[in-house]
Design a protein around this ligand. Structure first.
Ligand code: GUN
Length: 290
C-alpha cells in the first residue's frame, strides 16, 4: 500500500484565501485591518527565512505586518520595552517573537510580557491554561494546522490511538491536548521514552515533532495509520527532510505529510487565522471559526 499524500500547500492556500476574504469584510464593515508584528532577535538564517515567509503571507492576505529586527546582543530590557510598545499599539493585533531567542534572553519572560489577547502563538500561560482546561482562545499555530489537516481527511479521532512524539511547549504538548479534546487516547512520548517503536506502532494517528531526521521509520508505523511529520531538518544532502523516513513510511501509512509541503505551510496559514481572530476579538466579536 502506498500512502495518500496530505497536501499542506493546497490546504494552506485555501485557508489563506478564506482569511483574505474575511480581512476584506473586516475592512469594509469596521474599517479595521488586522496587524501582526513579528520580532526577530539575532541573525539565525533559518529564523530569517521563517519570519520573511510569515510577513509575506500577511501581505498576500491583506493583513498589515511589521518586522522588528533586533541585533543578537539586544538586552532583555530592550526586548521587553519593544513588546510593551507593541502591546499598546492599536494597529497591532498579533505579536510573534520568533524562537529560539539568542542565549541570555529568557523566552519565558518574553512570552509572558506579550498581552495574552495579542499572543498569536498561543504560548502565553493564560492561553496554554485555557487550552489545558478545554476552553481554547488562541491555539498554537502548528498543532492547530495539524488538526485542520486531520479534519480535511475526516480522520476519526474519537476513541483513536494518537501518539505524539516530542513534548515541546510549541508543538507536542498543545498537540496532545487538542487530540485529547477530540476524543483520542493520547500517548505523549519524550526523549526518555523506553521503546519508542512500540509506542509508535500503536498509533492510528502519529504526530512526530522532535527535530531529528528519520527518528521514525516505516517499521514503527501501524499499517494504514495517518502520519503527520512536523520536523524540518536540513539533511547531509542539503535538502529538507522530516523526522519521518519518508520512503519507508509511505509504504505502510494510510496517509502521510510530505516535507516540504506538509505541515510547514499550514503553520503560516494558522498564524494568519490567529491574527484575524485576534483582530475580530478586539472589536468584541466572537470570531467565526474558519
Ligand atoms: N520557532 C519555531 N516555531 C515557532 C513558532 O511557531 N512560533 C515562534 N514564535 N517561534 C517558532
Amino acid at each position: 500500500m502506498t500512502a495518500q499524500l496530505i497536501n499542506g500547500t493546497e490546504l494552506a492556500r485555501s485557508l489563506r484565501a478564506d482569511v483574505a476574504q474575511q480581512v476584506t469584510e473586516l475592512k469594509e464593515r469596521h474599517g479595521l485591518v488586522p496587524g501582526l508584528a513579528v520580532v526577530l532577535v539575532g541573525d539565525d538564517p533559518a529564523s530569517q527565512v521563517y519570519v520573511r515567509n510569515k510577513v509575506r503571507a500577511c501581505a498576500e492576505a491583506g493583513l498589515h505586518s511589521e518586522l522588528r529586527q533586533l541585533p543578537a546582543d539586544t538586552t532583555q530590557d530592550t526586548l521587553l520595552n519593544e513588546i510593551d510598545e507593541l502591546n499598546r499599539n492599536p494597529a497591532i493585533h498579533g505579536i510573534l517573537v520568533q524562537l529560539p531567542l539568542p542565549a541570555g534572553l529568557s523566552s519565558h519572560a518574553v512570552i509572558e510580557a506579550i498581552a495574552p489577547e495579542k499572543d498569536v502563538d498561543g504560548f502565553h500561560v493564560s492561553n496554554a491554561g485555557l487550552l489545558f482546561s478545554g476552553q481554547p482562545r488562541v491555539i498554537p499555530c502548528t498543532p492547530y494546522g495539524v488538526m485542520k489537516m486531520l479534519e480535511s481527511l475526516n480522520t476519526p479521532l474519537r476513541g483513536a490511538e494518537a501518539v505524539v512524539v516530542g513534548a515541546s511547549n510549541i508543538v507536542g504538548k498543545p498537540m496532545a491536548m487538542l487530540l485529547l479534546q477530540a476524543g483520542a487516547t493520547v500517548t505523549l512520548c519524550n526523549s526518555k521514552t523506553r521503546d519508542l517503536a512500540a509506542q509508535c506502532r500503536r498509533a492510528d494517528v502519529l504526530v512526530v515533532a522532535v527535530g531529528r531526521e528519520g527518528i521514525v521509520n516505516g517499521d514503527m508505523i501501524k499499517p494504514g495509520a495517518v502520519v503527520i511529520d512536523v520536523g524540518i531538518n536540513r539533511g547531509a544532502d542539503g535538502k529538507l527532510h522530516g523526522d519521518v523516513h519518508f520512503a519507508s513510511a509511505r509504504e505502510v501509512a494510510g496517509a502521510i505529510t510530505p516535507v516540504p509541503g506538509g505541515v510547514g505551510p499550514m503553520t503560516i496559514a494558522m498564524l494568519l487565522v490567529n491574527t484575524l481572530e485576534a483582530a475580530q476579538r478586539s472589536l468584541g466579536t466572537q470570531p467565526e471559526t474558519l
